[in-house]
Design a protein around this ligand. Sequence first.
Ligand SMILES: Nc1ncnc2c1ncn2[C@@H]1O[C@H](COP(=O)(O)OP(=O)(O)OP(=O)(O)O)[C@@H](O)[C@H]1O
Ligand SMILES: [Mg+2]
Length: 299
Amino acid sequence: MIAAHNLEKRFGKFIAVDRVSFTIEEGEMFGFLGPNGAGKTTTMKMIQCISPKTGGELEVLGMDVSTSQREIKRLLGVVPQENNLDPDFTVYENLLVYSRYFDIPRTEAEKRIGELLDFVQLSERKETPIIQLSGGMKRRLILARALINNPRLLVLDEPTVGLDPQARHLIWDKLKRLKSQGNTVVLTTHYLEEAEYLCDRLVIMDQGKILVEGKPAELVRKYIGADIVEAENVPAAEACLKRLDANYEVLGDTIQVYTDNTQRVTGALLEECRLGQVTARRATLEDVFLKLTGRKLRE
Ligand SMILES: Nc1ncnc2c1ncn2[C@@H]1O[C@H](COP(=O)(O)OP(=O)(O)OP(=O)(O)O)[C@@H](O)[C@H]1O
Ligand SMILES: [Mg+2]
């Protein structure tokens, strides 16, 4: 569905997307993760044909983005990072206006709008002006808008940002349903449990580059191991962990040990190192993310 080879985007001298390569297969749910400024939105915009690439190759639905923008745009469903609903119109009017970009006949558009408002549970808000919607309602409406043209490929930039847990779960259900119907979904998110739950495959980007690519569970196994044992960081802790030849990281007041054998490590930390507050938990994608992209804030 999408193939990028050495894809690049420069703004003047600044390289926002630095020769990234990836392929996304039909029917996949594919995630782009990364800290603020990593280049996710810039990549989404090149896929959506609203920002031209400055280098490399990018094919979407088998077409070149440089020569087939119009054809590609007709087949895509897009959720931009920033809400861009028309504030002068109602919920219903926003969808109707959008349907005209795709030359959908009025009667068909009306039917489709009814179904989509049901789908995102906004039917009762049909006549509400955009200005009166909550943030979460706007996000749900934008997802409905993205589906107006029955797209085969959805490109969603932080579709669940700012949603409450109920609305997020609703969107997750909807995205899973769209995927089970054979659609391809590309999304960015900062909610790593969301990426872990939804994505078949994902990449983690930082400073314009792709650091890693893989299935969430595989990345966790490869970069962290199965589990993490945490303990308090007392002065003698590190020396003891070195003696145990443990794979660990110091995070201020706590120490994290990465392991596939929680029992042995927990026992060793308690008895040999005499550390307190020892707890074990499953490793998550968030652990991978922080390990690979560091803990410093981006500018
Ligand atoms: N139009 C532009 N002109 C100049 N620089 C830009 C422009 N758009 C984005 N950038 C820069 O490109 C880099 C990548 O931005 P991008 O929006 O792709 O990040 P992101 O990964 O989506 O981050 P976030 O998680 O904050 O949404 C940033 O350093 C940003 O400042
Ligand atoms: Mg972004």
